[in-house]
Design a protein around this ligand. Structure first.
Ligand SMILES: *Cc1c(COP(=O)(O)O)cnc(C)c1O
Length: 457
């Protein structure tokens, strides 16, 4: 064994302690540090010939790289839709690396069982029926991609084509209907060979990002061909929700696969105050929920559910003599784009075990209360204007005067020591959005942000 490796092996307990100490140094004051990262990237250094061990690597990372990272794990990082990591999720993630188990196969170890157990908890959390089976993937983009891949196979079934075997060209043209899809849907359509042009945008209700069900019905009625509908449960700009029950009811008269993107909006179902937003989710054929957002597990983690595991296995089957037959409960290597995969379920298992349904309901409601409070503060500031009512956890706002993209970028920059928000455009109006999905955020953080905004505008 290389002498540096042998030395690190001897010193492993000390090394793990040093890492824990550094992690605490990072997290202990995460709420006090400037929220956005700053500084020029370090000058490049050549790949070392002889390394000098893990402790030197730790020191160099801390000195040269760590200061460039934002406090994205902290309570006032409101860009994109960003979760933190609960204490239990962090513990589970560290242990997932320590166990270093490959969950692809059931031939060895309990990883696949832990994943199935965790998927069952998540299914329960989101109120889905047992007909929905699921798997962990790396994020909502991948979850949407898997759901739409199963939809593709279903379209083949409707048209008498085995798409997994014959290819997407054998399927002919496909329509994917959606009102305000996340950008990852177009990306998935490109990856899956449908092409981005397969996406047909359906009108929304007036002044909303939610689909107009009557317009969707007209679009469905325009062709007898089976198609795919992507319903959105939580849009990024304004956290708007399609009426899932109204969309699902259209199945009585039209043939389509219903995929629901509930990347963060799926969590509305955890609170009686917001559960009406996701009513009808159980009628979906496939469902996407991100976990590195509102479940607050570390990157990267999401879950996908579908009622047609048989079709899913047809798409993703990874046939090899040493992997064995599919059987009734196919191994995860036959269900997801990856073959080898980490014990991604463990952080989710830890945090669900530690805080349960009630703990997550409290996080969802506190985030929603924070968004409502910031929304009220924005409305009270003469220089700012809310662009949409705060429905759940997103505040979308702009400047009252001269709301150009440049001026909003300047405002975001000036705000960035206190809070990180990201730019967007809503109905042609440049805007900023603040999304609350971190378990740490409290009312005091919202006051902090509102005070900063009041100083700036
Ligand atoms: C974040 C998000 C996605 C993409 O999620 P990733 O985890 O970044 O891949 C998809 N849909 C919606 C609605 C989202 O909010």
């Amino acid at each position: 064994m290389h002498d540096r490796l042998a030395r690190d092996l001897d010193r492993l307990p000390d090394l793990l302690e040093a890492v824990a100490e550094q992690a605490w140094g990072l997290l202990g004051d995460v709420a006090a540090r400037p929220v956005a990262g700053r500084g020029a990237p370090p000058t490049e250094r050549p790949l070392p010939d002889a390394g000098d061990g893990a402790e030197r690597a730790l020191a160099e990372f801390a000195e040269r790289w760590l200061p460039l990272f934002s406090a994205s794990a902290g309570p006032r990082y409101l860009g994109f839709v960003t979760g933190g990591a609960t204490p239990a999720a962090l513990a589970g993630d560290w242990l997932a690396a320590a166990v270093d188990h490959n969950t692809m196969s059931s031939l060895d170890g309990a990883g696949h069982l832990l994943e199935r157990a965790t998927v069952a908890w998540l299914r329960d959390l989101f109120g889905l029926p047992t007909a929905h089976e699921g798997a962990f993937v790396s994020g909502a983009t991948m979850s949407n991609t898997v759901g739409l891949a199963v939809a593709r196979e279903w379209l083949g079934e409707q048209r008498g084509v085995l798409v997994a075997q014959e290819g997407v060209a054998a399927l002919g043209p496909v329509r994917v209907l959606s009102a305000t899809p996340h950008s990852s849907v177009s990306k998935a359509l490109s990856v899956l060979g449908f092409g981005r042009a397969a996406l047909r945008t359906v009108p929304t209700l007036p002044g909303r990002e939610a689909v107009d069900p009557a317009a969707l019905e007209r679009a469905l009625a325009a062709s007898d061909d089976p198609c795919v509908v992507v319903a959105n449960a939580g849009t990024v700009n304004t956290a708007d929700f399609d009426d899932l029950r109204a969309v699902a009811a259209l199945k009585e008269r039209h043939r389509f696969w219903l995929h629901v993107d509930g990347a963060f909006g799926g969590f509305a179902s955890l609170s009686p105050r917001f559960a009406a937003l996701t009513a009808g989710l159980d009628a979906a054929d496939s469902v996407c929920v991100d976990l590195h957002k509102w479940l607050n597990v570390p990157y990267d983690s999401a879950v996908q559910f579908t009622r047609r595991r048989d079709l899913q296995a047809r798409v993703f089957q990874n046939a090899a003599a040493y992997l064995g037959p599919l059987g009734d409960t196919p191994d995860f290597s036959h269900l997801t784009p990856e073959n080898s995969r980490r014990l991604r379920a463990l952080p989710a298992w830890f945090t669900l075990r530690a805080y349960g349904r009630e703990g997550y309901r409290e996080i969802v409601e506190r985030c929603a209360d924070s968004a409502a409070a910031l929304g009220a503060a924005v409305e009270a500031l003469p220089g700012l204007r809310l662009l949409a009512p705060v429905r759940l956890n997103v505040v979308c706002f702009t400047l009252t005067e001269d709301p150009t993209a440049r001026r909003l970028a300047e405002l975001a920059e000036a705000l960035s020591p206190d809070a990180f928000v990201t730019p967007t455009v809503l109905d042609g109006v440049p805007a900023l959005r603040a999304a609350f999905s971190n378990w740490r955020t409290t009312a005091a953080d919202v006051r902090h942000i509102a005070d900063a905004l009041a100083r700036l505008v």
